[in-house]
Write a protein that binds this ligand. Sequence first.
Ligand code: MN
Length: 271
Amino acid sequence: MRSDPAALAGWGELNAPAGWRALDFISDLHLQDGEPATAQAFRHYLRDCAADALFILGDLFEVWIGDDLLDAAPAERSTETEYDFLAGICADLRAFSARRALYVMHGNRDFLLGARFAAASGATLIPDPTRLRWGEQRLLLSHGDALCLDDADYLAFRDQVRRPDWQAAFLARPLSERAALARGLRAQSEARKLDPQMHWADVDPTMAREWLRACQADQLVHGHTHQPARHGLGDGLQRLVLSDWDVDARPARAEALRLDADGWHRITLAG
Ligand code: MN
């Protein structure tokens, strides 16, 4: 096995209540103050969503520098911290979660979402991966980044930023400093995207099967790669990949993957 088996150590389990008839899965919205059209599409989606439960599988936010942002004094609310924008999204989530079940998983951008965010949004934070039983179906939900084994540099970074001591040290810095660090990381990542030599790692199919077997699930649902598709993995196993959201792109991208009694449906929300 090439990956750290500890990645699976903390997997979660969730049993869907019998009353759930439709479940929605979304990820990689990368919500940010500078892209109001995508945030607006998300607000409309939350308002109109007919699913009984919504699972957000990581990277809801482009960046989340710490829950204490939500309690920052007005003087600390620089434009960098995007306080009004992020607090507004939390309020929209709160209105949604008053009516429906809402689950949020960390992505590689918003891995610092914590208890204060959960309280503000009404979301339940779930571990990566989480096995969800819905009737006879057993789904394994993941952001997907831990399965992209070819991206060694990123996996080393991921290990580092998930460590409690790293997170405590980061969160001890002032908000403005954290915002500046996050901006630097985003600029690096954007520069990487423009490099024509850059090879994009995809989910490793062997490891995906490994995870499904270990968690006794047969369908992996994940985001992160921004390559929406449905892939067979053999032996009746499959993985379903979520789309990212970017309403300003042409064609626009914003969709939810819905599971109901008739199976899977991709619901287009823009474009
Ligand atoms: Mn991601």
